[in-house]
Design a protein around this ligand. Structure first.
Ligand code: SAH
Length: 352
């Protein structure tokens, strides 16, 4: 298994031999090492995600899937999750779907061996995939992705006094540091940004958009839907959102590659366009608070509180953390891609 120290050595060698590496390659190598080596979730880990905060999150998604499946009238459906983490969301969603009479085959797209092991403890009968290419083609797919697209490699471009350049990572006395790449990159940046002030940064995730587009094509062809929940923005113009998290605190993106979680905000407008180009109908994005609210999380919190009076404070705190504006309610968004032949999804009546 590659440790962050091994990774740093390999990156330094590569930079010395071939020059600075694009931010996207750095992010891919760093996150590959990070997720392959440990379980990053929870109080003792580096960050906590919605399904780890409360079972209510996965339950609302289970209701969303079951409702859509029922109204689609599809006989069989595969449940697919991209980057399922500890498998908590899937376990809560599948249990909820079963209670509503639906029993899908479960498919996980996961690269980390450590997380695959944890997922297997929760859902032993799941089928694992290294990428989306091997997902089944024989039935509609209902695909769920929570905090998946933010972890994929992002390309960054920086405006210098001599024009736009791809942002890269070099190595010097101070360690790893961002540097502008050598070749002009005007053609990679939207035209209205060509005259942006020096220091401006433009970012995009071709890897994420390619996955969104390919899955949209799949669900257009074979039926189904994709639900993406992540932190991000719409109508992104310019700005650097790349961040590193370690032990619930922000860390330096360019220090200790492989030891921190690197993410960037998801550009929902671009992801929606990639899905639209793949033939899918797009619903949302809406705020996480709106989505969960429409799916009935308040009633579920109240019912859980009645069943577990001793856990009332904890359930209330989780509800607020998932839905309050200043917590995860607004920054996180939900967006769906649907097969044009499938009915409208629940949860997306208005846009934010
Ligand atoms: N959905 C989970 C975990 C989010 S963290 C939750 O909400 O708790 C990101 C997840 O994506 C991890 O499971 C990580 O191993 C996985 N991942 C990251 N890059 C990936 C890639 N390129 N292909 C497949 N899985 C990836």
């Amino acid at each position: 298994m590659q440790t962050p120290a091994d990774l740093a050595e390999a990156l330094i060698r590569r930079i010395e031999e071939r020059g600075p590496i694009p931010v996207a390659d750095y992010m891919e190598a760093a996150n590959g090492c990070y997720y392959a080596s440990h379980d990053p979730f929870g109080v003792k880990g580096d960050f906590i995600t919605s399904p780890e905060i409360s079972q209510m999150f996965g339950e609302m998604i289970g209701i969303w899937c079951a409702d859509l499946w029922t109204r689609s009238r599809a006989r069989t459906v595969h449940y697919v999750e991209l980057g399922p983490g500890r498998g908590t969301l899937a376990a809560d969603a599948i249990r909820t779907m079963a209670a509503l009479g639906h029993h899908p085959q479960v498919h996980f797209v996961e690269t980390s061996p450590v997380l695959r092991k944890l997922q297997k403890e929760r859902l032993p009968d799941a089928i694992w995939h290294d990428g989306i290419e091997t997902l089944p083609t024989d039935a509609p797919l209902i695909i769920v992705a929570n905090e998946f697209f933010d972890a994929l490699p992002y390309r960054q471009y920086i405006k210098t006094y001599s024009g736009w350049r791809e942002r890269a990572v070099g190595y010097g006395d101070e360690g790893f540091a961002p540097v502008p790449g050598p070749s002009p990159a005007e053609d990679r940046v939207p035209e209205h940004l060509h005259d942006a002030v020096a220091g401006s940064i433009y970012e995009t995730s071709p890897a994420g958009l390619a996955i969104g587009n390919a899955l949209a094509r799949r669900i257009t062809r074979q039926g189904g839907a994709l639900l993406a929940i992540d932190y991000g923005h719409e109508n992104y113009d310019a700005g650097d959102t790349l961040q590193a998290l370690n032990a619930h605190a922000y860390a330096d993106v360019f220090s200790n590659p492989g030891a921190n979680d690197l993410t960037a905000h998801v550009d929902f407008t671009a992801l929606g366009q990639a899905g639209h180009l793949g033939g899918a109908r797009i619903e949302g994005p809406v705020s996480q608070s709106y989505f969960l609210g429409t799916m009935g999380i308040a009633a579920r919190a109240a019912a859980l509180g009645r069943h577990h009076p001793d856990r009332g404070d904890e359930i209330g705190a989780a509800y607020h953390r998932l839905t309050d504006e200043e917590e995860m309610g607004t920054l996180f968004r939900a967006m769906a891609m649907l097969s044009p032949k499938w009915p409208k999804a629940a949860g997306f009546e208005v846009t934010v």
